[in-house]
Design a protein around this ligand. Structure first.
Ligand code: AMP
Length: 542
């Protein structure tokens, strides 16, 4: 029997209309380069989305299902693009500005973007590949001076595009299962692959993430969106802020630790998101130069790579700021789990609580997780048995855009994450490694993630990345690349082996160490193990 409830569309237009009707007074603040600050309200943004919708349909000829690219930092116009493009039934394709020119060319041609909205400061990156872009008809310049010169063909300025447009626009009736956004995987494991989000998945992801047991956002919050809008729709934050009525603060390219701290202070930001590398930088900058007054920042949500126990502890002890770990993938919209303590943990020691918070956490409602061992069996939820993490849920991918390669999907409908994890009896998932990063030495698994976390807890170590290198006797062995806090510091290998032996058994401890000025990072700030392996293979690591 069918339920007798309205078939109400869960679309990005529903989010925008709600944000405007209930929270039109809430703010969107952008910090542009050169200290320029821009502030407007959700209501102002709403009107500009409608102008943009008119311009897209009438001036640029964009219709339902067309691809429209964005190549931009986090700022007000980029939020308008999220809503304006998806709102007319087109697909908002956020292009990762940190990919290589070849990859950018590949994804623009693969997605068939008709128009690209590009920040003036990023134009040089597109100019290089523009002659190779087969489908782009217009480039719309954002934040460009009137006399801005470019070799890009068919350019218009964003403000000129929308200036004379009407603020009246009737959103078309959209099917909630239609595509709203497109994002390519960051390419950690090969060629970028497109993930096509639907209106429904976007809506459900945002409403779930804002709830108290998840991201915990409300109309009392001011949120700094550090995660780039070109990376998995900034984790859905531009949507959840409108639904929760949280003020949005957007840093554009101001991503240096000192710049972030300045914004946190000036805007009295109390919640934020970001990858661990960013928060590690902010932590060390705060330690070097402690703020005169306690920051308003209460909580930062971290994902993308492991948030270490030592960073959670440091932030909390030194500055009273809570780090909350989340896990996800481009393929999972992205958020799949979050690690928060529950009343059942009240009786635990502080250290045991920290251990739980350093796990990747429990699945969100609407998401299911399971671990499948090497022999194809379901792992018990004992917190010990490792296997591949598989996921399904209301915002998990069913297949990659324009491919029929289904090697990442199981026959019974789960997505294979490529992460190696455990799940404990309370449902807390812990990433031990990605499949290719797990080191198998003498037939035994070694978790490079656990070694990295432990090494980064050493007071003289800033960053540590561990890879597998070939070994005649053990087949593989770990190699640790170390970045010291200060170049003058000296840490002997004996000291490190001794330090690690408190937590690891002998075979797990790396005997090989190399020292670097900086661990190579991927476009989204993760340790680029592919690059480290390449440096090793070329004999450039000593
Ligand atoms: P991406 O699609 O580029 O966001 O990469 C997703 C991958 O990042 C996951 O499959 C994990 O390997 C890794 N990842 C994401 N969040 C975490 C986390 N909290 N801890 C450890 N690894 C993570």
């Amino acid at each position: 029997m069918k339920g007798l409830i309205m078939d109400y569309p869960l679309t990005t237009n529903t989010i925008l209309e709600y944000g405007n009707s209930v929270y039109h007074h809430k703010k969107i603040i952008t910090h542009l380069p050169d200290g320029i600050r821009h502030e407007y309200s959700f209501g102002d943004m709403y009107k500009r989305c409608k102008k943009l919708a008119n311009a897209l349909t009438q001036k640029l000829g964009i219709t339902n299902g067309d691809m429209v690219g964005t190549f931009a930092w986090n700022h007000g116009p980029h939020v308008e693009l999220y809503y304006g493009i998806s709102g007319i039934g087109a697909v908002c394709h956020t292009i990762n500005i940190r990919l290589s020119a070849n990859q950018i060319e590949y994804i623009i041609n693969n997605s068939e973007d008709k128009v690209i909205f590009v920040d003036a400061t990023l134009v040089p990156l597109l100019e290089k590949i523009a002659p190779l872009l087969e489908t782009v008809e217009y480039y719309i310049l954002i934040n460009a001076a009137d006399d801005f010169i470019t070799t890009l063909p068919n350019t218009l300025h964003y403000e000129d595009l929308i200036r004379d447009q009407s603020e009246d626009f009737e959103w078309p009736e959209l099917n909630e299962n239609d595509a709203s956004g497109l994002c390519y995987t960051s390419g950690t494991t090969g060629l970028p692959k497109g993930v096509l989000y639907s209106h429904r998945s976007t809506f459900l992801h945002a409403t779930t993430i804002m709830s108290p047991n998840a991201g915990n956002f409300s109309n009392r919050d001011t949120v700094l969106l550090i995660v780039p809008q070109f990376h998995v729709m900034a984790w859905g934050f531009p949507y959840l802020c409108l639904l929760s009525g949280s003020n949005m603060v957007l840093p554009s390219s101001n991503l240096q630790p000192e710049a972030i701290i300045k914004i946190l202070i000036e805007e009295k930001v109390n919640k934020a998101n970001g990858v661990p590398t960013i928060w590690l930088g902010v932590y060390h900058a705060l330690k070097m130069n402690p703020p005169k007054e306690k920051l308003a920042l209460e909580e930062y949500l971290v994902g993308g790579s492991a948030l270490t126990k030592s960073l959670i502890e440091g932030f909390e002890k030194d500055f009273g700021i809570k780090g909350v770990q989340a896990w996800g993938m481009t393929e999972t919209s992205p958020l799949g789990t979050v690690s928060r303590l529950q009343p059942l943990h009240d009786c635990l020691s502080e250290d045991a609580k920290l251990t739980i918070r350093a796990k990747q956490g429990t699945a969100f409602p609407g998401v299911e997780l399971r671990i499948v061992t090497d022999d194809g069996n379901l792992a018990p939820t004992d917190g010990k048995t490792m296997g591949e993490l598989q996921i399904k849920g209301a915002w998990t991918i069913t297949s990659y855009f324009k491919t029929n390669n289904n090697e990442n999907f199981t026959k019974d409908g789960w997505f294979k994450t490529g992460d190696v994890s455990t799940i404990d009896q309370d449902g807390y998932m812990e990433i031990k490694d990605r499949t290719k990063d797990l080191i198998k030495s003498g037939g035994e698994w070694i978790s490079s993630v656990a070694l990295e976390s432990a090494l980064m807890a050493h007071p003289k170590i800033k960053e540590a990345a561990v890879i597998a290198i070939p070994d005649e006797k053990w087949v593989e062995k770990p190699l640790a690349s170390i970045v010291l806090m200060n170049n003058e510091d000296v840490v002997s290998e004996e000291e490190l082996i001794d330090f690690l032996s408190r937590e690891f058994v002998k075979y797990q401890i790396p005997k090989d160490y190399v020292y670097m000025n900086e661990v190579p990072k991927t476009s989204v700030g993760k340790f680029d193990k592919k690059e480290i392996r390449k440096l090793f293979a070329e004999g450039k690591l000593t």
